[in-house]
Design a protein around this ligand. Sequence first.
Ligand code: SIN
Length: 520
Amino acid sequence: MAAAFDRLDFDGVLVLGAGLAGLSAALAASPRPVLVMSAAALGDGCSSAWAQGGVAVALSPDDSPSLHAQDTVAAGAGLVDPERAARLTAEGPEAVMRLIAFGAPFDRDADGHLVQSLEAAHGRARVARVKGDQAGGAIMTAVTRAALADPAIDVWSQARARRLLKDASGRVRGALVEREGGVMVAVTASAVVLATGGVGGLYADTTTPAAVRGEGLGLAAQAGAVITDAEFVQFHPTAMDFGQDPAPLATEALRGEGARLIDRDGHPFMAAHDVRGELAPRDVVARAIHRQRATGGGAFLDARSAVGAHFPEAFPAVFAACMANGLDPRNAPIPVAPAVHYHMGGVETDEDGRTSLAGLYAAGECASAGVHGANRLASNSLLEAAVFGARAGRAAALEVDPATEPLAARPAPDLAPSALKRLRDAMSRDVGVERDAGGLSRALGVIRALEAAHGDAPTLTCARLIVEGALARRESRGAHFRLDFPETDAIPVHSRTTLTTAPEPAPPGDGVRSFDHVPA
Ligand code: SIN
């Protein structure tokens, strides 16, 4: 191990990331000792805390986990693993009870039952919410409190992984962690759980914290983990178009309450795109709004009659964001545009979060656990974080410390702000709601130029895998829409790839890495 770094040998579980997946893993791994790395102050900087919708879970008498699983499979456009969806939805009620036990204050009706709301592409009202649009923050407050109260869990705030450490056998042994002030510590552990979140910050238009930019996925790929379906990036249709970075979200629950999408002349336009109108799947609505804006018609979310005077109590976060931008949504439609919201692809895992690398687990948005396919169903992400985060934590806690020595490693480079801006602009311009070979190749050129100048920054590795996956997938499916390949292939395939840890051979043909395309 390079002597320049401090060293901590830890016989327990190292969790990288402190959103809902990371803390669910930590709480499930306890009483085994757990060390959690939170890139920001604990409870800040993770997408979970910003989630507005809630947790999708089948609880009402006219619903069942199998109906929820059916909707999950249908939304995923052929790429959801039905067994994983069945597990996710069957374990949902227990996961929600756990969140309630931690103190999550879900809304209840007069009889004490959880209130369940409708969101797009769900056949039933099954989203458990907190005060309209406060679910993510309230759940994270409860889970953070529980983690801090657990004597087995230690948290380092302002600490992020800069490289995964492996031993000579290829097993992941820990991580090189940068602490506040730039102090670098080599932490070895019995197992590592990657829960670093998604990729929103790779794009100029995002609804997620800008610091969440695919670093965990990039680090895992650089360590040789199998990455699946990286090209599937979900765009939320109704980010508020006020020019803010990140863009505030107008939750899909507003459309569940009856809010309409209208053009600048006040005409509803969704019926022309899909018979399900405003409640069509998220990719369909995102493309309709994208085209509406591209052709100059404009796109606005009109919640004046659906929510109206109740806005301040019914959707406090949306209301506050509108008012801060000088727009009162009780009286005026909200300008909206699609923005990156979620990454369906990620580090391939089994149902217990095991990746292709011994000693490495993954959970939440950085993972690809088979439940989102090409298009995640609304409010299934907090559910996945709670269910599969806990499963990964339980499995990781069973790992025995191999007591092997990690190989020497150097921290991965960071991107300077100007390089990051160039990357984000290229991703938003060329790797967006609609893609084609010309734009994707242009984005790949930008990434290669940045790699030549800045080295193997994990953000660049992650961006490259998204773009290369999008170039290699010559069809349109779910959130991945190719203008030059608009049809959907009859046989759905997953794309899988592994970076070699040795220098990569020149890619064949059109200069793009080859992917294994394996039937779903
Ligand atoms: C929303 O509230 O519209 C977002 C919910 C989700 O992404 O699951």
